[in-house]
Design a protein around this ligand. Sequence first.
Ligand code: PLP
Length: 422
Amino acid sequence: MDLEFDKNHIWHPYSSLINPPPVYPIARAEGVRIYLEDGRGLIDGMSSWWSTLHGYKVPELNAAMQAQMGKMSHVMFGGLTHEPAIELCKKLVALTPTPLQKVFLADSGSVSVEVAIKMALQYWQSQGKAGKNRLLALRNGYHGDTFGAMATCDPVTGMHHLFASQLTQHLFAPAPRPKFDEPCSDEDIAELQQIIEQNHQKLAAVILEPIVQGAGGMRFYSPEYLRKVRELCDRYDLLLIADEIATGFGRSGKMFACEHAGISPDILTLGKALTGGTMTLAATLCTDRVANGICSGEAGVFMHGPTFMGNPMACAVANASIELLIARDWHTQVGSIQSQMERELAPLKDASGVADVRVLGAIGVVEMKQPVDNRTLQESLIERGVWLRPFGKLVYAMPPYIISNEDLSCLTGAMVETLSAL
Ligand SMILES: *Cc1c(COP(=O)(O)O)cnc(C)c1O
């Protein structure tokens, strides 16, 4: 592979072209392994950023794409429709909480967040309350990299200062304090409640990642906190946008993380694992109330329509992925990954460099006391046949659900060996 060209010409996520970090050449991938050009196989502990639930080169997913390719790879969705999209939206309406009835198919997670924000704003316009045009987001939150989404990310780690003049100024509540297994006291919700009490007339919605704050800190918080946010949204007439782009499809131990709290949002975003990690596709769902509002408003329509909206290949493979998820009993898979990770990462709790070890569903997080040297750590993990992408103080794994006990032990073992030494 022409790595020189790559280094000099190609942007990678969050990378420099003056001082590019190493990138490893991957030739192919199968099962839970990605294979380097030199033939070495690495267990993918990242599921390619939360997406490859069933691993790589999955016969059922490939067959779905091939079959669809034989009919049509794409047609525009304006004025046309097709079976893969209808079937997918049926599945999404059935799987998600009952109040969510309408589906917008978007082409990436960030776009589905843009769509969610637009929905909230258009809804309030339709109600004659155009002044409700700000969002309340949580510190440590992450919702994507486009401008609308970026404006709702954590103001510090989300790099707001770089684009301050271009970003809508939203409101931010502290990151939820109570952990997953802790109750949420009145005090824990007090600051968020106060912001809502004082600003509800200009607030369109609360946007949050339910239960698991991902890229902004890998934090798991109390379902009771989420229930209280839902109650406050109802009391003060705000919409609740749940961003389940990372947590959707079983990752947190429930099909959707909102289920931990038994709540339903007004707007829901899905992405990442939607196509089982094969193609880019996302979705924004909303309630009848939101959709009816938007469509009876001034515009009379929802103002968004990507060129590749409802791409038939992506919809077909999403359908196959969801069927596989259910057929393979994701709940048992995720449950056993959770207990094995809890058991095998536990020794790290006593390691001197480690601040916290936490596991929820198929997500295992080791938080170090100091930021780790990514490059060295990644090299020693690769020597042990494991692919992880630590950031800051966080070294975490969210393997494909199909990972075997042996491969998971290899993954956790590599984490324990490398991190105990730090
Ligand atoms: C990854 C992610 C996004 C952005 O999705 P992209 O497909 O990368 O645009 C938004 N919200 C959350 C919670 C995510 O994890």
